[in-house]
Design a protein around this ligand. Structure first.
Ligand code: CDP
Length: 206
């Protein structure tokens, strides 16, 4: 008997709320969750520490990730720089697919989940919000952790990464044709989570 699987792909630009929404969706449905951005951040951090991007990508051990040190603006920029390299992307692709296959039911969030990593995903969401709103939220998150950031700096980071992520040749950031679009600019986090769960319920029930 084949295992019943349900895969949810959640993509969108920097700081759109994918992480929070993905965690809540995974908890609601009892699915595993993989934040694929952390993989790219870990490669970026490895390069900042003097490593070779492809070698780091091939030898990643997510069990060793120190999430706090990966969630800095410097590491985010380094992540988006290594993410243009097709060899880095293909080294990380198998890891992501293996995770989804092993989990059976999984939520993956990133930039290219619905288009490249899991194009056959049962449900695809594309989460977005205006650059100003995204920068404001990320600024509050990072300054709340005691990081020395400015709103202008965070906005510049978000815009620079969006531009690089959208314009790269390998797996650019773009909504899959069959993705449900959710703009969270005017939504509270509870409303955004509610819309995401409702969209998935609708697809599951269809
Ligand atoms: O949390 P945030 O939206 O700020 O970023 P992230 O999801 O942690 O991703 C960091 C960077 O990794 C992005 O700016 C992308 O360049 C890259 N990334 C990617 O190329 N493909 C993915 N599936 C996930 C992340």
């Amino acid at each position: 008997m084949t295992k019943r699987s349900f895969c949810v792909a959640i993509d969108g630009p920097a700081a759109a709320g994918k992480g929070t929404i993905s965690k809540a969706v995974a908890a609601h449905f009892g699915f595993a969750h993989l934040d694929t951005g952390l993989l790219y951040r870990a490669v970026g951090a490895g390069v900042l520490a003097g490593g070779d991007a492809v070698t780091v990508a091939k030898t990643l051990d997510p069990a060793q990730f120190d999430q706090d040190s990966l969630r800095t603006p410097e590491v985010a920029q380094a992540a988006s720089r290594v993410a243009v390299d097709p060899d880095v992307r293909s080294a990380l692709l198998q890891f992501q697919r293996d995770f989804a296959e092993k989990a059976g039911c999984a939520v993956l969030d990133g930039r290219d989940i619905g288009t490249v990593v899991a194009p056959a995903a049962d449900a695809k969401l594309f989460i977005t919000a205006s650059a100003d709103v995204r920068a404001q939220r990320r600024f509050l998150e990072l300054s709340g952790k005691g990081m020395d950031v400015t709103l202008e700096g965070v906005l510049a980071d978000v815009k620079a990464r969006d531009a690089r992520d959208r314009s790269r040749e390998a797996a650019p950031l773009v909504a899959a044709k069959d993705a449900v679009l959710i703009d969270t600019s005017e939504l509270s986090i509870e409303q955004a989570i509610g819309q995401a769960i409702a969209a998935i319920e609708k697809i599951k029930g269809a």
